[in-house]
Design a protein around this ligand. Structure first.
Ligand code: BGC
Length: 384
């Protein structure tokens, strides 16, 4: 239901240098083993029992049914899914993993066969969890890596174990994705293109008009940037493309501060509090790579006696409920809906296709949606 509404909204919407400090698939193929084979196989077993066939015949029929079910990926209720999340305390990934688990259950997986591990933002911890999932012989793995740069090592061991793999949220680099395609491995990535979210953040500022944004009237826009984990392509792209939208509109910009808040509200709060202390009224726009950090920025802005929409602007990404409420109230200029419904469903659907013996594209994308005062309530009704 929610998915449908999102579809309607989406229909209407449409390597950066690592900046800290200012500065700057293949087509789907289908193996001939669809779920019909599973459905056909089950009655064969029942019939053999009901007809009270001789024991040997019944056993043969049961074996044939099991083989057919195996060929088809078997019944999802029997399949074990291992999910690795980089860090449970991340607000956005909490929405993502909750929806992922619910959707997997809706698709027929048994709750007790879905195991979700908290990587605690530590790659060594997560690698141990992946080893355990391999030892447990899970049927499919869904991984949100702590470090995207560890993807090659992760892929190698998971592929070696013969387990299909769906990466989510933190995209491995292009050469890693190329390896999956070159080798025809059952590995894919599901996520959104962070360039789009960065561009949308910048466009929401541009839409206000230079006169409104340039409070000090010096003909350029002074901003500060609060970045997520810089190892993460989402942080890199949002940092670059948010500002690029302003310069593409012909605006002159001046970066006063660009610091890493690691996606965390408390870190962003202190970064922005310090920046406001240092640059005061010179700061006209605060860009945050995600909403958790924008919420921290808002605390600092309010504590400094500044007012969003009146003497400063603030944008985030994710469309967390709290941020949407701020957009509605005018205490946040805008955010960008990072569609965790679409991403978690696509990840589960890709896992199911692998289990059925079908292939996936090597990159499965999804669109972001701008959230401003005009549509924030609509998005809030959907995400709540
Ligand atoms: C989200 C962030 C989140 C990060 C985790 C991003 O796409 O916008 O809120 O912390 O993913 O990797």
């Amino acid at each position: 239901m929610k998915k449908k509404i999102i579809g309607v909204i989406l229909a209407t919407a449409m390597f950066a240098t690592l900046l800290t400090g200012c500065g700057g698939g293949s087509s789907e193929t289908t193996a001939n083993t669809d779920s019909a084979a599973t459905e056909d196989a089950a009655p064969a077993e029942d019939t053999a029992t009901e007809d009270a066939a001789p024991a040997e015949e019944a056993a043969d029929a049961a074996d044939a049914a099991a083989d057919a079910a195996d060929a088809a990926g078997g019944d999802l209720a029997d399949k074990k899914v291992g999910v690795c999340i980089y860090q449970f305390s991340d607000n956005f990934m909490t929405l993502f993993r909750t929806e992922l688990e619910n959707y997997l259950i809706e698709q027929g997986f048994a709750k007790e066969n879905i195991t979700i591990a908290d990587g605690q933002n530590d790659q060594a911890t997560q690698s141990g969890q992946i080893d355990n999932f391999i030892a447990d012989q899970v049927d499919v793995l869904i991984i949100n890596p702590v470090n995207s740069s560890s993807a090659e090592t992760i892929t190698d061991k998971v592929v070696e174990a013969g387990i299909p793999l769906v990466y989510i949220n933190r995209e491995p680099d292009a050469s890693e994705e190329q390896r999956w395609a070159d080798n025809g491995w059952n590995v894919t990535y599901v996520g959104c293109d962070a360039r789009q979210s960065g561009t949308m953040q910048g466009e929401m500022i541009v839409d206000l008009g230079l006169e409104a944004v340039d409070f000090n009237g010096d003909g350029k826009v002074q901003y500060i940037m609060v970045e997520g984990d810089p190892e993460n392509v989402d942080a890199q792209y949002r940092t670059e493309f948010s500002v690029k939208a302003l310069t593409d509109a012909g605006w002159e910009v001046e970066c006063l501060s660009d610091q890493v808040g690691n996606w965390q509200q408390d870190q962003a709060q202190s970064i922005v509090a310090n920046a406001l202390g240092q640059y005061g009224n010179d700061i006209e726009v605060v860009f945050c790579n995600n909403d958790a950090m924008a919420l921290g920025a808002l605390q600092a802005i309010e504590a400094a006696g500044r007012t969003v929409g009146t003497d400063i602007y603030l944008v985030g990404v994710d469309a967390l409920s709290e941020a949407l409420e701020d957009v509605i109230a005018g205490t946040m200029t805008g955010t960008v809906f990072n569609d965790h419904f679409s991403q978690s469903h696509s990840a589960a659907d890709a896992a199911i296709r692998f289990l059925k013996g079908e292939a996936n594209e090597y990159y499965i994308g999804c669109d972001y949606v701008k959230a401003t005062q005009a549509n924030a309530q609509e998005i809030l009704d959907m995400v709540k």
